[in-house]
Design a protein around this ligand. Sequence first.
Ligand code: CA
Length: 273
Amino acid sequence: MQSVRFVSLFLSFLALSLQLSAKLPEVPVVFYGQLSHQVTEPLIPLSENLIEVVAKLDGVEVASAYVSSGSDSYSLKLPMDDGQEPRLNGHVRGGERVRIYLRNQGESLEVEAIQSASQSGFPVSELRGDFVLQNLVVADDMGGATGLELAFAEWAEEEGLDTSDVQAAMVLDSDGDGHSNEEEFIAQTDPNSSVSVFAVFELQVVFDSTFIRFGPVAPDRRYTIWSNTDLSNPNGWSIEGSIEPGYSSDSFWFGLSLSPDAKTYRVEVQLKP
Ligand SMILES: [Ca+2]
């Protein structure tokens, strides 16, 4: 009786181990790193499902992963073949070379990473579950965020605006004051308050100078004062001066030369170049 029980225990253990080996998938090899395009610009998508990193083996796609919105990092899992015959479709084996591409879904653009093209692909590690740091550069413009969009997105989040679609949020006038959220970002006014707008407040003549007061002012912004003696001439605007105050204030006085002519002034605010 004792020997029968031993055999049945052994068989059930064997059955269990067979089941386990059939169910356990191979551990993927992971490529990860940072993305740049136009060689030096970080590639940062502003929406999910826009920029994809794609791996191909002999021209056949074996893996793809979207880059998260607001990030220039990627991580791509390569499904690994178990080394047995027949080999699994869409899987790679250690030592094979995969070519890596970046794809912009919106613009149907697909470009191979410079390193991948120059080396005819990257070798897949023989090590199970290996993590391979591989920063990727493409020469093309992959349509990531511009510096302005990134700066806007950060500010808009702090201001509590909906940033799920950054470009739409820039065009929107959330508080209905006639200024888009992008304009409010540049002027550093409150996008949620219709009384918070950039404006020229007053002009004063003191002795032989004219002073103009405008605001608000903010760091990292340049203010350019324009004047025109003939409003019927749209090309009649000329620059009186510009200033980068470098601090925040509700208003700012700027001195102008006294002019014998009647002039109209306007003040332009832009990001500090
Ligand atoms: Ca507004």
